[in-house]
Design a protein around this ligand. Structure first.
Ligand SMILES: NC(=O)c1ccc[n+]([C@@H]2O[C@H](COP(=O)([O-])OP(=O)(O)OC[C@H]3O[C@@H](n4cnc5c(N)ncnc54)[C@H](O)[C@@H]3O)[C@@H](O)[C@H]2O)c1
Ligand SMILES: [Zn+2]
Ligand SMILES: [Zn+2]
Length: 405
């Protein structure tokens, strides 16, 4: 039987490439596996040979030691690959299909799934609705930054690419369908972006850049991206966004006024989350900064798309409140302005087929927008370090060298 090499969380600041067991159509015990999920049979699942698997800002929260992720957790929820084995209950997905795996795991059978709310599936995580591969407190499904991975509920979840050769040509774009393209798009849709909208995106990481590109696809007139890192802002500028460096210019409203003539936007997206930095030179972590600043700059009646991740437990939180996810959010302001807040994981399956078509037709240029950068699995530890240092790259692991060849 083939081996299986995988990227594993070791300790804060460190990931390692380790040999793990080859996946089976059953969830076995292992680091982070919920006891109630051990032994779960997955004849509705498939084994995927991973073609690409991306490093995400969501992984970084764990790797920085900002969650309760246990050592040994196999990382990776952004998975694209070839189906090499199908379970006995799989009817329509076939061996040889090239597929995008939504990062959420969803059964297709519960009340949430029936309403397309696959981000809060009720049957995959014994602790609470919602699950993902390779993630703390998400049921313990083994991550896919590996050579092979098991994907349950295959017929329901997998998005099959129509043509394998065409897909391999666009694989650096299609690999973003497992998470950040739908996530950025969901942020923009949730913020109510439509033709002519003015939009502020907080964060110029891959999710922020994907949100900015999505806002453009939806017809926004102006997209303004804020961050504290110049090279990431330059990346946003490269595809037509306006930018604000919040380290040099802490007053976001003033900066927006210089660009738009008014200090407010129609729509705002938080692509930062709970590890947000305060604005201004030398500012430290201030977890509610983005939430408060987007309420500040969004017009009354506006909508706030919040894909940025917030947690219920953060060992590295700045104070006791932050350690349990209680933040100083100025809800009074949002209430006074009648804002709508949309939070939570992205329901990837609502969007991935449409976004695939926008990639295959050449309309969307997501790989270019996020600067997709291919690495081998052995380069993953270095990739994590570089990504953490704030380089403007979306690292795509190519575990079998299938893309490079
Ligand atoms: N909702 C979902 O389903 C979903 C899916 C994927 C990622 N996420 C989350 O989205 C967030 C972004 O992901 P990413 O991969 O782009 O991460 P990232 O860490 O690469 O990007 C975050 C960026 O925010 C910037 N930043 C920090 N404080 C800021 C502030 N006050 N204003 C503006 N920018 C600020 C940082 O400099 C960084 O460039 C993360 O929290 C991630 O967990 C959520
Ligand atoms: Zn992700
Ligand atoms: Zn479900």
């Amino acid at each position: 039987m083939a081996g299986n090499r995988a990227v594993v969380y070791a300790k804060p600041g460190e990931v390692e490439v380790q040999d793990i067991s080859y996946p089976e159509l059953i969830l076995r015990d292992g680091p982070g596996v919920n006891p109630l999920n051990v032994g779960r049979k997955c004849n509705h699942g498939v084994i995927v040979k991973v073609v690409t698997t991306n490093i995400c800002g969501s992984d970084q929260h764990m790797v920085r030691g900002r969650t309760t992720a246990p050592s040994g957790l196999v990382l990776g929820h952004e998975i694209t690959g070839e189906v090499i084995e199908v379970g006995s209950d799989v009817e329509f997905i076939k061996k040889g299909d090239l597929v995008s795996v939504p990062f959420n795991i969803a059964c297709g059978r519960c009340r949430s799934c029936k309403q397309q709310d696959t981000h809060i599936c009720e049957n995959v995580n014994p602790d609470r609705p919602g699950s993902a591969y390779g993630y703390v407190d998400m049921g313990g499904w083994v991550g896919g930054q590996s050579e092979y991975v098991m994907v349950p509920y295959a017929d329901f979840q997998l998005l099959k690419f129509p043509d394998k050769d065409q897909a391999m040509e666009k694989i650096l774009d299609l690999t973003m369908l497992s998470d950040i393209f739908p996530t950025g798009y969901h942020g923009a849709v949730s913020a109510g972006v439509k033709p002519g909208s003015t939009v502020y995106v907080a964060g110029a990481g891959p999710v922020g850049l994907a949100a900015a590109h999505s806002a453009q696809l939806l017809g926004a007139s102006v997209v303004i991206v804020g961050d504290l890192i110049d090279s990431r802002l330059a990346q946003a500028k490269s595809f037509g966004c306006e930018t604000v460096n919040l380290r040099k210019h802490p007053n976001l409203g003033e900066q927006i006024e210089q660009i738009l003539g008014v200090p407010e936007v129609d729509c705002a997206i938080d692509a930062v989350g709970f590890e947000a930095s305060g604005h201004g030179e030398g500012a430290g972590e201030a977890p509610a900064t983005v939430l408060n600043s987007i309420m500040d700059v969004t017009r009354a009646g506006g909508r706030l798309g919040i894909p940025g991740l917030y947690v219920t437990g953060d060992p590295g939180g700045i104070d006791d409140d932050a350690k349990e996810g209680t933040l100083k959010v100025r809800l009074g302001l949002g209430w006074a302005k009648a804002h709508t807040f949309v939070t939570g994981q992205t329901p990837v399956m609502k969007y991935h087929r449409d976004l695939m078509m926008s990639i295959l037709s050449g309309r969307a240029q997501i790989a270019k927008a996020v600067n997709a950068t291919l690495i081998s699995i052995d380069q993953a530890p270095q990739g994590y370090k570089e990504f953490d240092s704030g380089v403007s790259k979306k690292f795509v692991i190519d575990p079998h060298g299938m893309v490079r060849s």
